[in-house]
Design a protein around this ligand. Structure first.
Ligand SMILES: [Zn+2]
Length: 122
């Protein structure tokens, strides 16, 4: 038999359900305690927040300030990300190319023709 302390539940103030404590993230500002929204509600809120233009503008401004405060550190961070994701990015580029090959090649032909026309009839 399990006692309530062995399997504690917690009330989510967003979806208003009683859920097992394992369904809540720990509160980083209050060690030993948990956030008042369950994981599912938190995840939905993060998705909603990331689509909010005001939030995106605030994050972009913070990132810009951080870059400008220490440009050398920003370059190091960018370099680490570039190296870490190199293989993944190459695979993504290749997949994009092969999925859109006809359109890409048609665009290149069009650009080359425009340059030829410009060169031959200045
Ligand atoms: Zn919830």
């Amino acid at each position: 038999m399990t006692s309530p302390t062995e399997n504690p539940t917690k009330y989510c103030t967003k979806c208003e359900n009683d859920l097992p404590q394992s369904e809540f993230y720990p509160n980083p500002k209050a060690p030993g305690r948990f956030l008042s929204w369950c994981k599912k509600c938190r995840k939905k809120d993060v998705v909603r927040q990331r689509q909010d233009p005001a939030f995106r503008a605030r994050v972009a401004a913070q990132q810009k300030a951080r870059r400008e405060a220490d440009p050398e550190a920003a370059r190091r961070r960018a370099r680490v990300l570039y190296l870490r994701n190199q293989e993944k990015n190459r695979a993504r580029s290749s997949a994009y190319y092969w999925a859109n090959r006809d359109r890409i090649l048609a665009g290149r032909r069009q650009t080359a023709a425009a340059k030829r026309a410009e060169r031959d009839n200045p």
